[in-house]
Design a protein around this ligand. Structure first.
Ligand SMILES: Nc1ncnc2c1ncn2[C@@H]1O[C@H](COP(=O)(O)OP(=O)(O)OP(=O)(O)O)[C@@H](O)[C@H]1O
Ligand SMILES: [Mg+2]
Length: 148
């Protein structure tokens, strides 16, 4: 388990960028944290680290945005409007969450993983990230990897 203290949006994006540079196929980066915690900002940094040029915004109306112009495909999911793993399956998002054909970044991952700890399938690395607000511009990012 690791903790990163961010003092600005730029620092959060830079952390994401470093993860994007390291990412391998089959990575799932699951994000939890209140509204405005910085999940989308972190996702945008990951996209930049993968060499994706497009501007990353929350996929609020589509559930998933795909970015295919980087070093690896990026799937950005936002499960906020779903209520349970059953909804996630009904929405057809299960493949991304079991074995993404690239990197999956998932906001509101707790809608999918209810039981702790997660048991990723062989070949999948799951990074769980919890972002806590500790001040107007301060965030505490606690993260831990599972599987490999
Ligand atoms: N250190 C920081 N790290 C990240 N964001 C910060 C930080 N300080 C301030 N912010 C601000 O917090 C907001 C984070 O917004 P963002 O859309 O990334 O949150 P989110 O977790 O995706 O929210 P939502 O649940 O609504 O999707 C931005 O307005 C950003 O400028
Ligand atoms: Mg968001």
């Amino acid at each position: 388990m690791a903790t990163f203290i961010s003092h600005s949006p730029a620092e959060t994006a830079a952390l994401g960028e470093s993860w994007g540079r390291q990412a391998c196929p089959g990575w799932i980066i699951g994000l939890s944290g209140d509204l405005g915690a910085g999940k989308t900002l972190l996702a945008a940094g990951i996209a930049r680290g993968l060499g994706i040029a497009a501007r990353v915004q929350s996929p609020t109306f589509t559930l998933v945005n795909e970015y295919l112009d980087g070093r690896l495909p990026l799937f950005h999911l936002d499960l906020y409007r779903l209520t349970s793993p059953h909804d996630v399956v009904t929405a057809g998002l299960e493949t991304y969450l079991n074995r993404p054909p690239g990197v999956a970044v998932v906001e509101w991952i707790e809608r999918w993983i209810e039981n702790w700890p997660p048991a990723p399938p062989h070949g999948v690395r799951f990074r769980r990230v919890e972002i806590k607000l500790s001040g107007e511009n301060d965030r505490e990012l606690v993260y831990e990897d599972f599987g490999g």
